[in-house]
Design a protein around this ligand. Structure first.
Ligand code: GLC
Ligand code: CA
Length: 545
């Protein structure tokens, strides 16, 4: 039986949630705490579903909630078929799914299948004895004379990727922490067991999966050395990852995943990959539904850079693949801080949000983006994230983008009545959901208006994308067209007025301003000169004259 799918039956509608909808990422530790232990939990998410529903998004992706010793805050799983007690239990999870589905919100689970925790029973068995049946579930290798490691592979989180285990006298491979040993995906037993894990959650009503570092599952079977590069801040960046990532075998696993998912109606998998090339190759009718395109995370605040980034992606994307854009997640600096601009930051945030939500493809919103949450500086003594300890002061880790959600102006912003696991941003008294709900000009209300406009405007979801040339380094403008419906998006990246030449609308129509981030008065245009306010985002649609 497939639970929870009934409320979605919507005959006649061609709205497919993962293609036409918006997905909202929740970092569960930091969303809402209901038992005062200072850490967010599943009941907290359930309590806040109305906020998510009124925002207007179609799905939530929850970062890992499986049992974990939390060396990497849930990205080190010790049991794939249960819930970590800090977040709740399976009953809480079932209730979350039911309550989400009642509001037509889909639930996407984060599956970390490249590696487990070193405390997963599989690894405990694997390391116990060279003859253990689970030995080959992980990647073990001999060391050479005087302890020489099998090859030059590096851990993303610093140091060599091989860890010596004295009990059995071999090394095991870990792409991340030594507490995160990599599974051996070449072993068919591992694959079969993981496919059972997928079914376990699908049968519970989960609508999709976010697949952590999906390009890492397979490594070279001969363990050849990676070619080295001269430049790069960290040892990991000074290699070309020819042999430790993106091996051809991964595609067949994506196909297997797809077969499992297709046994159920409207299920989805989105893969985390590290570059655009993989984002293009891993998606399609018989592979992943979506793969994150992280190119926006590397763009400076410049219309021309975004213009090029969009084209280099959508022009190469296969016709059976759905695009996917993100501005942030739990691994990178929050975009309002990244784009900077001091007191003008909130205006830039609205421009960036308009871009994200009016491009072809599935947008992902990271919790707090809807109120323009900024990075929170974390003093060294409070750092929680392991790469933050390791690389300080060159890299301060990912905590600044993971601080508690800002709900109210009250103590701890309404996140917890206990002591928060990570400090709040000091701007929470002015930047929070309740204050912004009450302010019609707020970022939150802007997101809501834009999301509802997108929902009623097919061209903004499924329309073609056609750049409008104008002032390429200052203004990014494009047409979206779907059958006879047309939209025009104009984004002023500069903090000053700019005269922009609006293209002519289709015959017998006029451009009607549906939403602006800087003005309330109506605008109609039949093409021609138009003065954009500083950092203004405009969405026009063509209406009958
Ligand atoms: C992914 C996750 C990141 C995690 C890593 C190891 O990149 O997004 O948070 O640390 O994988 O699982
Ligand atoms: Ca809690």
């Amino acid at each position: 039986m497939i639970t929870g799918s009934e409320p979605f039956n919507n005959p006649g509608s061609d709205f497919l949630w993962w293609r036409d909808g918006i997905i909202y990422q929740i970092y569960p530790r930091s969303f809402a705490d209901t038992n005062s232990d200072g850490v967010g939990d599943l009941n907290g998410i359930t309590e806040k579903l109305d906020h998510i529903a009124t925002l207007g998004v179609d799905a939530i992706w929850i970062s890992p909630i499986n049992p974990s010793p939390m060396y990497d805050f849930g990205y080190d799983v010790s049991d794939y078929e249960s819930i970590d007690p800090v977040f709740g239990n399976l009953m809480d999870f079932d209730r979350l799914i039911a309550e989400a589905h009642r509001r037509r919100i889909r639930v996407v689970m984060d599956l970390v299948l490249n590696h487990t925790s070193h405390l997963h029973p599989w690894f405990i068995a694997s390391r116990s004895n060279r003859d253990d049946p689970k030995r080959d579930w992980y990647i073990w290798n001999d060391v050479g004379p005087s302890g020489r490691l099998p090859n030059n592979w590096q851990s993303t989180f610093g140091g060599r990727a091989w860890e010596f285990d004295p009990r059995t006298g071999q090394v095991y491979y870990h792409q991340f922490l030594k507490e995160q040993p990599d599974l051996n995906w070449r072993n068919p037993q591992v694959r079969e067991r993981i496919y059972q894990v997928l079914r376990f959650w699908l049968n519970r009503g989960v609508d999709g999966f976010r697949l952590d570092v999906v390009m890492s599952y397979f490594k070279d079977s001969q363990f050849r050395n990676n070619p080295v590069k001269l430049f790069g801040l960290y040892a990991f960046d000074r290699q070309i990852h020819k042999y430790d990532l993106d091996q051809p075998e991964v595609i067949s696993v994506l196909q297997d995943f797809r077969e499992v998912l297709d046994e159920y109606p409207e299920r989805m998998a989105v893969g985390e990959v590290i570059d655009l090339d993989m984002a293009l190759r891993y998606v399609g009718r018989d592979k992943l539904h979506l793969a994150f395109n992280f190119d926006f995370l590397r763009q400076p605040w410049n219309a021309a850079s975004f213009h090029r980034s969009i084209l280099r992606y959508i022009r190469r994307l296969p016709s059976d693949a759905q695009p996917c854009f993100v501005l942030g997640n739990h691994d990178v600096n929050r975009f309002p801080s990244r784009f900077g601009a001091g007191i003008h930051s909130d205006n830039r945030t609205k421009v960036a949000a308009t871009l994200l939500l009016t491009l072809p493809g599935t947008p992902f919103i990271y919790y707090g983006e809807e109120i323009g949450m900024q990075n929170t500086p974390i003093p060294r003594a409070d750092i929680q994230d392991p790469p933050g300890w390791r690389f300080w002061p060159f890299y301060k880790g990912r905590d600044p983008a993971r601080t508690p959600m800002q709900w109210t102006a009250d103590k701890n912003s309404g996140f917890t009545t206990g002591i928060p696991w990570l400090r709040l941003n000091k701007d929470f008294q002015i930047r929070n959901v309740s204050t912004q709900n009450a302010n019609p000009e707020s970022i939150l209300n802007y997101y809501k208006k834009m999301i509802s406009l997108r929902r009623i405007t097919p061209s903004l979801r499924q329309g073609s994308y056609q750049p409008v040339t104008g002032k390429p380094s200052q203004v990014l403008a494009y047409l979206r067209q779907y059958s006879s419906e047309n939209c025009l998006v104009i984004l002023n990246f500069k903090n000053r007025n700019i005269n922009f030449l609006i293209p002519q609308p289709p015959a017998d129509t006029v451009w009607d301003l549906r939403l602006s981030s800087r003005r309330a008065e109506p605008v109609r245009s039949s093409g021609g000169e138009f003065t954009l306010h500083p950092l203004e985002a405009c969405i026009f649609s063509a209406i009958q004259r």
